[in-house]
Design a protein around this ligand. Structure first.
Ligand SMILES: Nc1nc2c(c(=O)[nH]1)N[C@H]1C(S)=C(S)[C@@H](COP(=O)(O)O)O[C@H]1N2
Ligand SMILES: [Mo]
Length: 323
């Protein structure tokens, strides 16, 4: 019986968690709390830890790490990145981890449609057998001027684009989150334009950095971080990294995102990180590193300028890619 109560963290933590995480966590637990954007942060245990023994994809974790993606800062403590979340479907504040446990993630059907050879639906667990998982350490920069450093597990979005077989008319990929106000009380706030929508150009979606995330810290993704499937586009502000995706639609026209609809003067389609372009209400020059007392300079494309290379050569000059 005891084994049933083992948490994913008990099983994997000792051999998986890099030392930096422990150090960071210890530092975090020592300090009573810290202020970020006015909110007090206190340390707590990872919420909604996934029970690996009952997860149908447990055999896929931990995935081999892709060493190409390095970060020059310690990883953010798991206890912090799984309890300090933006997920407006569960409330417009950071403490949504508990409320997010209401989300039903099995079964989870994903629709692929629009400008494709033939639209289809695929269950998340079936999709997991069609892709190759790997682990990547990525920086994450929220538009609110805080950042974290996360070991994601997932697969390049390009693999999903290839499965979808888009037509040459497909210029953009529109992604959509679930719409279930009975599970996600934030969706009862009818002044928000639910469901959450995000979009990328096909060129961006097939860039190696664009990553579909299914896990974190070597385990399946907790609900509050966007289970079962979310995006990570680390050179863009965090709101582009849409969570709990149920639909991928290939389009000719540029999709309009959730945040563009909420406040089009503050949130544009591109949202590429640039310390030299301020938000309408605050500076983007520096960022508060979650779990530390440090404010550090923000970097162009969040430090991914080299990887981005000539990705925007054809749009530069015609569009402001930093909005
Ligand atoms: N569906 C959905 N996706 C979302 C959000 C959201 O509110 N709803 N918030 C975004 C923002 S602003 C950020 S910073 C990241 C936060 O991801 P995390 O909670 O895993 O750190 O998710 C992004 N994806
Ligand atoms: Mo964000």
């Amino acid at each position: 019986m005891l084994i049933k109560h083992r948490r994913a963290s008990d099983i994997h933590e000792n051999h998986l968690t890099p030392e930096s995480v422990y150090l960071n966590r210890r530092a975090l637990l020592k300090g009573a709390g810290l202020a970020i954007g006015g909110a007090a942060l206190t340390a707590c245990d990872p919420a909604g830890a996934v029970d690996l023994l009952s997860d149908p994809n447990a055999d896929l974790y931990p995935a081999a790490r892709n060493e190409v993606y390095q970060i020059d800062r310690p990883l953010t403590a798991e206890a912090l990145s799984t309890t300090y979340n933006n997920f407006y479907e569960f409330g417009s504040h950071k403490r949504i981890a508990k409320a997010a446990q209401k989300l039903t993630i099995r079964p989870w059907e994903i629709a692929i449609d629009g400008e494709v050879e033939a639209p289809f639906k695929v269950g998340f667990d079936d999709l997991m057998r069609k892709v190759r998982l790997e682990e990547r350490y990525y920086r994450h920069r929220c538009v609110e001027a805080w950042s974290m450093d996360v070991p994601w597990t997932g697969f390049p979005l390009r693999q999903l684009v290839e499965l979808a077989k888009p037509l040459s008319s497909a210029k953009y990929l529109r992604m959509e989150t679930f719409q279930r106000p009975s599970e996600a009380s934030g969706q009862k706030q009818i002044w928000y334009p639910w469901p959450y929508v995000e979009g990328l150009t096909i060129k961006e979606a097939t860039h190696d950095l664009a990553f579909m995330v299914t896990g974190i810290y070597g385990k399946p993704l907790p609900k509050q971080n966007g289970a079962p499937l979310r995006l990570a586009v680390p050179w863009k502000y965090g709101f582009k990294s849409i969570k709990s995706i149920v639909r991928f639609t290939f389009t000719e026209k540029e999709p309009v995102s959730f945040w563009q609809k909420v406040e089009g003067r503050e949130y544009g389609f591109w949202a590429n990180v640039n310390p030299g372009v301020d938000h309408r209400r605050w500076s983007q020059a520096t960022e508060q590193v979650l779990g530390t007392q440090e404010r550090v300079p923000t970097r162009l494309f969040n430090g991914y300028a080299e990887e981005i290379g000539g990705l925007y050569d054809d749009v530069k000059g015609t569009r402001n890619i930093f909005f």
